[in-house]
Design a protein around this ligand. Sequence first.
Ligand SMILES: [Zn+2]
Length: 112
Amino acid sequence: MAELPNCPQCSSPYTYEDGLQLVCPECGYEWTATDEVSEQETLEVKDANGNPLQDGDTVTIVKDLKVKGSSMPLKIGTKVKGIRLVDGDHNIDCKIPGFGAMQLKSEFVKKN
Ligand SMILES: [Zn+2]
C-alpha cells in the first residue's frame, strides 16, 4: 500500500483514506489525495484532420496562406519541419525557409 501523506494542516502522520478523500483524525481536515505531482498542462493542438500535433513534428500546409509583410503566399504543400506548439490563436511556432520565423494556425496544416 502506498504511504499516505501527512496532514497538510497539522502534519499529523495518522491520516487515513475515506473513499477518494484523505482525512486527518487529529484536526479533522479532509482533502483529496494528490500524491502525484500533476503533469504540466499539455497544449492540445490538432491539425486540419483532427490529429494531435507535437513539438518537433513535420507538417504540410493545406491552404495557401497570406503572409504579413511578404508578397508571396505560403503555398499549399509547403513542408514545415520542427514545429513548436504554443498557446494562442496561432498555435504553431515554426521557421519556414524563405519566410523565416512565423506562427501558423494548426487548422491550416496537416501532420506528415
Ligand atoms: Zn491534521
